[in-house]
Design a protein around this ligand. Structure first.
Ligand code: MG
Length: 159
């Protein structure tokens, strides 16, 4: 049995915060605003996995109204989520991610981000891909006020 999952997240970019993608800190003048550490790529991957496994969504499982998740390490949340999904018998076929922001360039960090996500999901690096896109200068993403992540995953389970 195969199941596909879709995840999407967007966070505002502000000064005085770390810019984190998939658990990797990227040197930049701004970072993601958020109740947690703001790592939107981890959030979108978490939602994609939960969606594919039919286990709910990130807002339900880790509500931002809960002080327990204040400044939470999103990579840890992702690892925890993967353990939940894996416990249902699912294996990761692949994960494909897009990060949309004008700056910084994602390409120099791509391998490190893929490796970090693959490690969190106990998967081979070849199963995880991340690409960066700009928004052609349009809208809040184009003005560098926000960053967005889109993720699709495929899970497989023996029936
Ligand atoms: Mg988020």
């Amino acid at each position: 049995m195969f199941r596909v999952g879709l995840g999407r997240d967007l966070h505002c970019l502000v000064s005085g915060r770390k810019f984190l993608l998939g658990g990797v800190e990227i040197p930049f003048e701004k970072g993601e605003l958020g109740h947690s550490d703001g790592d939107l790529l981890c959030h979108a991957v978490t939602d994609a996995l939960l969606g594919a496994a039919g286990l709910g969504d990130i807002g339900e499982l880790y509500p931002d109204s809960d002080p327990a998740w204040k400044d939470a390490d999103s990579l840890e949340l992702l690892k925890k989520t993967w353990q939940r999904v894996k416990a249902q018998g699912w294996q990761l076929v692949n994960l494909d991610c897009i990060v949309i922001c004008e700056k910084p360039k994602i390409l120099p960090y791509r391998e490190t981000i893929c490796r970090s996500l693959a490690k969190a999901l106990e998967a081979d690096e070849s199963r995880v891909f991340v690409k960066g896109k700009t928004n052609e200068g349009l809208g809040p993403l184009g003005r560098g006020e926000a960053v967005e992540a889109l993720v699709v995953c495929l899970l497989e389970k023996e029936e």
